[in-house]
Design a protein. Structure first.
Length: 199
């Protein structure tokens, strides 16, 4: 049996690098696409769900993200950057939905039901924690989309600053500046609400 056929029958293990998977996927090997999907679907799903706060819309974003990514895989210049690249595609789909939600709001149409941070909390979370998450939700709701995106990616999803920059298509300096601005607004909101509660 030719060596090439042996490689397809016995694909590399889970330790195979993203670079090799991208190269094999570009060569038309379906298993490599499936492995890329399995390796990164959790990241894309978490990013989409935390930003959209709607499971159904997030699922649509996941499907769109991988469909577009696999169609455009040859455009990916650095296969090592696939994680950030996928997050960037997902974020672009999220922004599209945010814009559509605003249009629906202007037209007086109902927006999809949002999942709150409190509803996504651990079932054993205390009432105090849920109250803080509710305040945080309100603060995030008042942020401009660009600031909300970097804050959620960094502090809720857990992206590094570098991955957040890749997802947002901007420099790390810009991400740090947006994070600083977002954190200032969030802190001001939380302090204001805390003063009202304590009064």
């Amino acid at each position: 049996m030719p060596a090439a056929q042996l490689e397809v029958l016995h694909p590399p293990s889970a330790e195979t690098t993203d670079t090799e998977l991208v190269e094999r996927a570009r060569a038309g090997e379906q298993w490599a696409l499936e492995m890329l999907y399995r390796r990164h679907v959790g990241l894309v799903a978490a990013t989409s769900r935390r930003l959209l706060r709607n499971a159904v819309e997030a699922e649509d974003v996941v499907q769109e993200t991988f469909m577009l990514a696999f169609e455009r895989l040859k455009q990916l210049q650095d296969p090592l950057a696939i994680r950030g690249w996928l997050a960037r595609i997902a974020l672009s789909r999220v922004h599209k939905r945010w814009r559509w939600q605003k249009v629906r709001g202007w037209l007086g149409q109902a927006s999809p039901t949002e999942e709150t941070l409190a509803s996504q909390a651990d079932p054993g979370a205390s009432p105090e924690v849920r109250a803080e998450l509710t305040l945080l939700d309100r603060a995030l709701g008042g942020l401009p989309d660009k600031l909300r995106a970097v804050w959620v990616l960094r502090h809720v999803v857990g992206h590094t600053v570098e991955d957040t920059a890749a997802a947002c298509g901007c420099s790390m300096a810009t991400v740090k500046r947006r994070l600083g601005a977002a954190e200032e607004i969030v802190q001001d909101h939380l302090q204001d609400r805390g003063e009202v509660r304590d009064a």
